[in-house]
Ligand binder design. Structure first.
Ligand code: KIV
Ligand code: ZN
Length: 535
């Protein structure tokens, strides 16, 4: 392998670094759903988790390795610190995958060495080849990351990388862990590595970077120009603190400006060959899925996938676009899968039409899930005349991908209005099967519903974010509610869609409470096991 490849490898870390976003915790089924979507998107390497971190992480990586890591598909990767136990656990979880990669890391900056690792440079120079060689004895494909490379002494970095490659690393990943570098500095760092690591032609240079200064994508593009051939990114740019470089922005920058980037990859300038394997038409759908499941909302002005990314407000712009799209648009909304929201089904549509359209949209549901989704579709179609692709997607995401229903909403009823005291009654089925009912008065109907739910569930929490938006246009549109709540410093999210926004609000809240409840149960298990670690 050499690093002069003329294609960019897309390494997605939504399920590992992305899941480190506060409140973005996903359960195993949700991780599997996202992994399947990433495979469909055409991601080359899926970093599925950090198997040693917790039994839940181990299970998720193993299930993804089994279900998504099939022959000819994406490589499944597991993160590990540079320790035997971590590496062994990662190899174990990855076993079912046809193509598997262990990604091991150790910090190289003096700050991390002195304060976090309490190790000397010599110790790092000894540990890295030993652990890379150990990983190599378990899998063929080994990636090594010198954490905080962006703030490491370049001369020391070159030595560490040379040893990692000599010990068998086939990818060396250069993280700007704290999002500190500027584009030209990052470019120069990659150039320095290419010029000064003697065996660098035996490995792919990868980059990983955080968005603390909003520079991650720009940094990566400069890295590509200087020889990086793998980009580590996340859907919607989620991740630790300000997040990671956003996959959709990198891919579309390389796609829209491929003629600019072609020459840096040794291609003819006018080549129209795609620079990545990503099926760009899957971008929008994957973005919505990740946003719904993680509860991490996409800001309206977010590049590529924000609600306003293809909207033209000013009269001058609208006039120009009507005359010729090229006046104000550099890419077509359809290229990321934003269709014209066609009306596809109605209340008379049968199960076959429903199944066929879902298949066309890429949802391959089991018979049980299809039945559940179909019942929900019929219910929505009774209230809403025309069901669009976005509605179908919201129904499936809501019905099939929801967090486990430990508490289940059986009834919600509100009374509110001008000069009235908003009052709500709720009935919930508890995890042990009892039906409990309670009522409360609030400042508004949603507040009353949440207070009534709290009286039943009785887990103290603080609601920190509540947002409602419509799935489609129209007075009968479904409303999507996303909420985030905090309990003992941790954030939990919930999401639900319904034609009645009070019902959606209640279900979103219960979905977040279910995550919180599940975490409390897991915490009891975790407290008994020493197998916990964090990056
Ligand atoms: O930001 C970072 O340095 C990381 C490493 C584990 C690659 O996430
Ligand atoms: Zn990171």
């Amino acid at each position: 392998m050499n690093n002069q490849r003329d294609r960019i490898i897309i390494f997605d870390t939504t399920l590992r670094d992305g899941e480190q976003s506060p409140g973005a915790t996903l359960n195993v089924d949700e991780k599997l759903t996202i992994a399947l979507a990433l495979a469909r998107l055409g991601v080359d390497v899926i970093e599925a988790g950090f198997p040693y971190a917790s039994p839940g992480d181990f299970e998720a990586v193993q299930k993804i390795a089994e279900a998504v890591g099939t022959e000819g598909g994406s490589t499944i990767c597991g993160l590990s610190r540079a320790t035997e136990q971590d590496i062994k656990t990662a190899a174990e979880a990855l076993k079912p995958a046809a193509n598997k990669r262990i990604h091991t890391f150790l910090a190289t900056s003096d700050i991390h060495l002195a304060y976090k690792l309490k190790k000397t440079r010599q110790e790092v120079l000894d540990i890295v080849p030993e652990m890379v060689a150990y990983a190599k004895s378990l899998v063929d494909d080994v990636e090594f990351s010198p954490e905080d490379a962006g703030r490491s002494d370049p001369e020391f970095l070159y030595q560490v990388l040379e040893r990692a490659i000599a010990a068998g690393a086939t990818t060396v990943n250069i993280p700007d862990t704290v999002g500190y570098l500027t584009p030209s500095e990052f470019g120069l760092l990659i150039k320095g590595i290419k010029d000064n690591v003697p065996n660098i032609d035996k490995a792919i240079i990868s980059v990983h970077g955080h968005n603390d200064l909003g520079l991650a994508v720009a940094n990566f593009l400069e890295a590509v120009k200087n020889g990086a051939r793998q980009l580590e990114c996340t859907i919607n740019g989620i991740g630790e603190r300000a997040g990671n470089a956003a996959l959709e922005e990198l891919v579309m920058a390389l796609h829209v400006r491929r003629q600019y980037f072609n020459t840096f990859l040794g291609r003819p300038a006018d080549s129209t060959e795609p620079l990545t394997n990503i099926k760009t038409k899957e971008i929008y759908r994957t973005s919505r899925l990740v946003s719904n499941l993680t509860g991490m909302m996409v800001q309206p002005n977010k590049a590529i996938v924000g609600a306003n990314a293809f909207a033209h407000e000013s009269g001058i712009h609208q006039d120009g676009v009507l005359k010729n799209k090229l006046t104000y648009e550099i890419m077509d909304a359809e290229s990321i899968g934003l269709t014209n929201n066609q009306i596809v089904l109605g209340k008379l549509s049968g199960r076959n039409a429903f199944r066929t359209r879902l298949k066309e949209l890429g949802f391959d549901l089991s018979e049980t899930d299809l039945n559940k989704a179909f019942l929900r579709f019929k219910d929505v179609a009774d209230k809403k005349k025309e069901i669009t692709d976005w509605d179908l997607e919201a129904i499936v995401n809501d019905e099939i991908n929801a967090a486990p229903e430990l508490f289940r909403l059986e009834l919600v009823q509100v009374s509110c209005g001008d000069n009235a005291r908003p009052t709500a009654t709720v009935a919930l089925r508890t995890p042990d099967g009892k039906e409990l009912m309670d009522a409360a008065i609030g400042t508004g109907p949603v507040d009353a519903v949440y207070k009534a739910i709290n009286r039943v569930v009785n887990i103290p929490n603080e609601l920190i974010e509540f947002s409602v938006k419509s799935v489609t246009a129209g007075i009968d549109a479904m409303g999507e509610v996303t909420i985030r709540l905090r309990h003992e410093g941790r954030i939990y999210s919930g999401h639900a869609a319904n034609t009645d926004i009070i019902v959606a609000s209640a279900r979103a809240y219960i979905s977040a409470l279910n995550r919180l409840y599940a975490a409390l149960q897991q915490k009891d298990v975790k407290d008994e096991t020493p197998q916990t670690a964090s990056v």
